[in-house]
Design a protein around this ligand. Structure first.
Ligand code: NAI
Length: 288
């Protein structure tokens, strides 16, 4: 059956949810951006609209396009959200919270709706156990990268329960819409986040403790000599130290606490102190 995707909802209006919602609105989708409190979703919608205004100034879009995108986007609470063809979950990286959400959505949304998780590290097959057997045939991982409007890669993760051809159809749909879709096996951290554990972990072990100058130096070397767009410390600040620590712990546990995936005490200290990176204006670096 050909993919009929016209409307979608993103649950979780944080760092990733905002970017995913913005990108889908730009593809002509009716997008509902949903969070626990409608105020959070509304604030995120205002930020997306402000971003379109800036993109008009930069001549990336016309004013008419930006106004059209705006009409495609709405903020919703979980209770208010309407039926849609695709729902992407982008809430906190905690399995039990995601499980409850998927269970509720399964009861609420029509059978044809495709379910996807933007999880960085949790098993898609295990997450899909929260929904009915029938829905598991339409349950995938769609892992976007930050910022989702700009980063081209999407990891498409199927399971043995997914209906034949669906992961492939979705991957080709993304290709047609300008993304690079990589079909991945369902394993801890998929491809990128498994490799990236060493990128962050080794950088933290090299610096050892808080030392802004050395953190800057490591970032600068990797950018200048390694050709990376961002160094590990600025990237951790962009991702969110809290989310990155959750992902590290999940991958570490999935590999039976193999020391090469171990979290660093500095990550734990920063989370305890509420220094989550750019989103709290303080991480390894300051963003006041
Ligand atoms: P975030 O902390 O910025 O945002 C999470 C949002 O989810 C918050 O607005 C929160 O209010 C909302 N939320 C929490 N529980 C909810 C529930 N039960 N129902 C509705 N909304 C709920 O998190 P972020 O960084 O956007 O991460 C979200 C997911 O995306 C995680 O699974 C993470 O692993 C993944 N991810 C994160 C990336 C990053 O660079 N931050 C990159 C790729 C994936």
């Amino acid at each position: 059956m050909a993919l009929q995707l016209k409307s979608m909802a993103v649950i979780g209006a944080g760092t990733m949810g905002k970017g995913i919602a913005q990108w889908f609105a730009q593809q002509g989708f009716q997008v509902q951006l949903v969070d626990t409190k409608i105020e959070i979703a509304q604030t995120s919608c205002h930020q997306i609209i402000a971003s379109w205004k800036k993109l008009v100034e930069k001549k990336k879009f016309t004013e008419e396009q930006a106004l059209m995108f705006e009409t495609m986007l709405s903020a919703k609470s979980l209770e208010e959200m309407n039926d849609c063809d695709l729902v992407i979950e982008a809430i906190v990286e905690k399995k039990e919270i995601k499980d409850q959400l998927f269970k509720d959505l399964d009861e609420k949304l029509p059978d044809h709706c495709i379910f996807a998780s933007n999880t960085s590290s949790l098993s898609i097959a295990e997450l899909s156990q929260a929904v009915s057997v029938k829905r598991r045939a339409r349950f995938l991982g769609l892992h976007f990268f930050n910022p989702a409007t700009i980063m081209k890669l999407v990891e498409v993760v199927g399971t043995s329960d997914v209906e034949d051809g669906l992961a492939m159809q979705i991957a080709s749909w993304f290709q047609k819409h300008g993304k690079e879709a990589a079909q991945c096996k369902d394993g801890p951290g998929f491809i990128v986040n498994r490799l990236a554990r060493s990128f962050y972990g080794e950088a933290l072990r090299i610096v050892g403790d808080e030392n802004t100058e050395q953190e800057r130096e490591v970032d600068s070397i990797l950018k200048q000599v390694g050709g990376f767009q961002m160094g590990p410390f600025e990237l951790m600040d962009l991702i969110g130290i809290d989310i990155n620590l959750d992902v590290t712990n999940i991958v570490w546990n999935a590999f039976h606490k193999n020391p090469r995936f171990a979290p660093h005490p500095l990550q734990e200290k920063m989370v305890k102190d509420g220094r989550f990176g750019k989103k709290t204006k303080k991480g390894f670096f300051s963003y006041e």
